[in-house]
Design a protein around this ligand. Structure first.
Ligand code: FPP
Length: 226
C-alpha cells in the first residue's frame, strides 16, 4: 500500500498560538517523526510519500523557505541512522537542480546509507511539482513510467498511490502526484498537520479500509444482480 500525505496547517497551528510560522513548521517536523514511525509499525504500508516542499513554496518569504530547508536538512541528518535501524529506505523526490549543494549532498548521503533498507520506503517530496515532472517525462519520451521515475529521482519507481491524506481542511491536490493518484482514495481532515498524531493516522487508515475500491468497474453486488 502506498500512502501519500499533503501536510497542511503548520502556519495556522502557529498563528493560533501567537507563534511565528517557522515554529509551526518545527512542530510539523515532530509530526513527521510520529507519522513515519506509525506508518512503519502499521504493517502493509510499503511506501509513504510526504509533501515537504512544493515548487510553488519558493514564493514564500525567504526566511520561511530557509527555515523549511533547515528543518529538512536537520531531519535527514538526525533521522538517517534511525531509518537504517528500522530498515526504512529514504528517497527524496523532486527537482535537485535548485537545492543548495549541502542539502543535495545530504540527500545523496541519506539515500546511500538507507539504500539497503527492505522495510518501508519513505519518500520526501522536495521542490516537487507534478506538472513539471509530467511535462518533463513526456518531453523525454520512451517508457513513460521509467521517464517519470527518472525525472523525480524516484528510485526504484513507486507504485500508484492508494490513499492520499490532506490535513488542514483544504480539499485540493496542489500539484502533488497527479498521475500517481489516478485511482487514489482521498481523505481530507480539518486536523492541522502538527496535531496529526498516531490516532489521527489510524483513523485515516480505518476510513480507507471501509472504502470500496472499484477502479472503474461495477461493484461486486452489482455484478451478482446483473
Ligand atoms: C503546509 O503548512 C506545510 C508546508 C508548506 C511544509 C511541510 C513541512 C513540514 C511538515 C516540516 C518539515 C518537513 C520535514 C520532512 C522535516 P502551511 O505553512 O501551508 O500552513 P497554513 O496553510 O496553515 O499556512
Amino acid at each position: 500500500m502506498h500512502v501519500a500525505i499533503i501536510m497542511d496547517g503548520n502556519g495556522r497551528w502557529a498563528a493560533a498560538r501567537n507563534l511565528a510560522r517557522p515554529a509551526g513548521h518545527r512542530a510539523g517536523a515532530r509530526a513527521v517523526n510520529t507519522v513515519v514511525r506509525a506508518a512503519a509499525r502499521a504493517g502493509g504500508i510499503r511506501t509513504l510519500t510526504l509533501y515537504a516542499f512544493s515548487a510553488a513554496n519558493w514564493q514564500r518569504p525567504a526566511g520561511e523557505v530557509q527555515a523549511l530547508f533547515g528543518l529538512l536538512r536537520r531531519y535527514l541528518m538526525t533521522e538517517t541512522d534511525r531509518c537504517v535501524e528500522e530498515s526504512i529506505r529514504l528517497n527524496v523526490i523532486g527537482r535537485r537542480d535548485r537545492l543548495r549543494p549541502e542539502l543535495a549532498r545530504q540527500i545523496a548521503h541519506s539515500e546511500r546509507l538507507t539504500a539497503a533498507g527492505t522495510g518501508m520506503r519513505l519518500r520526501l517530496a522536495v521542490d516537487y511539482s507534478s506538472r513539471h515532472s509530467l511535462s518533463e517525462a513526456g518531453r523525454r519520451g520512451g517508457d513513460f513510467g521509467a521517464a517519470l521515475a527518472a525525472v523525480d529521482h524516484s528510485s526504484p519507481p513507486a507504485p500508484a498511490v492508494d490513499l492520499l491524506i490532506r490535513t488542514g481542511g483544504e480539499q485540493r491536490l496542489s500539484d502533488f502526484l497527479l498521475f500517481e493518484c489516478a485511482y487514489a482514495e482521498l481523505y481530507f481532515t480539518p486536523t492541522l498537520w502538527p496535531d496529526f498524531d498516531e490516532a489521527a493516522f489510524a483513523a485515516a487508515l480505518e476510513a480507507y479500509a471501509a472504502r470500496q475500491r472499484r477502479f472503474g468497474r461495477v461493484s461486486e453486488g452489482a455484478v451478482e444482480h446483473a
